[in-house]
Design a protein around this ligand. Structure first.
Ligand code: FMN
Length: 157
């Protein structure tokens, strides 16, 4: 890793984000990743986006699914963010989840959720910007969000 790589990670990480779980049912079992790159994009049509690394081994499974769930984690779900963002292990072990009728996977207790289909993929360097169309969504305003900043999980306030 070069000095520039290190600076990019450090300086990109200075931008605070939420933590989303992008997940679906593949072969009857939940698969997914944590993503700090989730961004709402458009109101009409309703579109959101996530940047996915070309190295992801889970994304090729997810992108084929008819529906994908995106859950915005709550402040109490740091363990879920850590587990879903880990490179190894059973990511959904001990995680409460439910599937939508279309096969998207949503994390129970999240502060917001979306049910989506893949609308567009834009290759950008070592990531794809994946644009999703939103088919259903809801939010729990009483659940404060989990925050990711400077490589650490944090809470607001
Ligand atoms: C807090 C956090 C945020 C992450 N955000 C992203 C992201 O926005 N895009 C991405 O491709 N990977 C992100 N990752 C890494 C993935 O969650 C996952 O570890 C990676 O895709 C490797 O797993 P895979 O090979 O099963 O896909 C993040 C990890 C953590 C812990």
């Amino acid at each position: 890793m070069t000095a520039l790589d290190l600076n990019l990670r450090r300086v990109y990480g200075a931008y605070p984000t939420g933590v989303a779980v992008v997940a679906g049912l593949a072969g009857g079992r939940p698969v997914g990743i944590a993503a700090s790159s989730f961004v709402p994009v458009s109101l009409d049509p309703p579109l959101v986006s996530v940047c996915v690394a070309h190295t992801s081994t889970t994304w090729p499974l997810l992108r084929e699914l008819p529906r994908i769930g995106i859950s915005v984690l709550g402040a109490h779900q740091e363990d879920v963010g850590r587990r879903l963002g880990a490179r190894t292990g059973d990511r959904f072990a001990g995680v409460g989840w439910r599937s939508t009728p279309g096969g998207g996977v949503l994390v129970e207790g999240a502060s917001a959720w979306y049910e989506c289909t893949v609308e567009q993929r834009v290759r950008s360097g070592d990531h794809d910007i994946v644009v999703f169309r939103v088919h259903d969504l809801d939010a729990a305003p009483d659940v404060p969000p989990l925050v990711f900043h400077a490589s650490a999980f944090r809470r607001l306030g």
